[in-house]
Design a protein around this ligand. Structure first.
Ligand code: 2AM
Ligand code: CA
Length: 261
């Protein structure tokens, strides 16, 4: 891991990011108590709130002041496109599962991924309302708060539950209804971050959706640490550029599905 201006160790960097995330969690909980300001983006169910924007502003300010040479790719405002993944890049989803945040006031996450020259180094998924911060990285293992997690079983595609995006399932993109029919069942949470947590816990064996880099970057670091595979639904590498049909699964399930779809 490249060191920051202050010659920071990996441990210190992790501690710093965790502190930022706990603060953004408090910020989200405080702002959520007053009237949310909600605006639509590409469609009536693609929304952003003042909380998404405030959380992003907080995290971007921290990164820019501590690591001014680093790049940032974040969902809101002018930070949502990036020319390339060279150097150290921070990928931020300030509120993942914004519709859950608005309508359920839970089942959302604040997420950060740290990549170097396109390679995932650290991932953080903070399930704010459950006070669970999932974090870890290449060679570090995966933790929930301070507890190290055990790697889930390498289950086959039919031997468990899949998380699948509602719209894609209804439209049968890439014949994914066959994945659901072959499996024990399908679940739909509405937050990519929580879908990754579900895989880390062994509750689901795979996830298929239509995601942006900030939706998948942190989770991919964590599940790869447990031997899961992740790629475009076409089997090609993730692009970290724009929205992409996405699949992640245990190695065995991934290999089986790639033959099926
Ligand atoms: P978001 O809430 O950060 O936008 C919902 O199925 C999951 O897909 C969420 O993690 C959501 O992230 C993500 N997603 C990506 N693009 C989306 C879109 N255009 N509309 C709704 N959810 C989207
Ligand atoms: Ca978001």
């Amino acid at each position: 891991m490249r060191l920051g201006r202050s010659n920071m160790t990996n441990d210190l960097l992790v501690q710093k990011v965790k502190t930022w995330l706990y603060k953004t969690g408090e910020l989200a909980k405080k702002l959520e108590k007053s009237q949310l300001q909600i605006t639509t983006k590409s469609s009536r169910n693609d929304v952003v709130t003042n909380v998404d924007k405030e959380v992003q502003r907080f995290l971007v300010a921290k990164i820019e002041s501590e690591f001014p040479e680093d790049k940032i790719l974040a969902e809101e405002d002018e930070k949502s496109s990036l020319v390339d993944m060279s150097g150290r890049v921070w990928l931020i989803d300030p509120i993942d599962g914004t519709l859950n945040f608005v309508f359920q006031r839970e089942n959302f996450a604040i997420m950060i991924g740290v990549y170097e020259d396109g390679i995932g180094k650290l991932g953080f998924i903070y399930d704010v309302m459950r006070s669970e911060l999932y974090w870890g990285g290449a060679g570090l293992g995966v933790f929930c708060n301070e507890n190290k997690l055990e790697s889930p079983k390498n289950s086959g595609a039919k031997d468990g539950l899949w998380g699948i995006n509602v719209g894609m399932y209804v439209q049968n993109v890439g014949n994914i209804q066959a994945v659901g029919e072959n499996a024990m069942g399908v679940r739909m949470i509405g937050s990519a971050g929580l879908e990754f947590i579900s895989m880390l816990k062994g509750n689901t064996i795979g996830y298929i959706s239509n995601l942006y880099p900030w939706d998948y970057a942190p989770g991919v670091v964590l599940i790869k640490e447990f031997g899961f595979k992740a790629s475009g639904l076409d089997g090609l590498a993730l692009t970290f550029n724009g929205q992409q049909y996405f699949i992640a699964a245990t190695t065995q399930a991934y290999n089986e599905i790639m033959k099926m779809c």
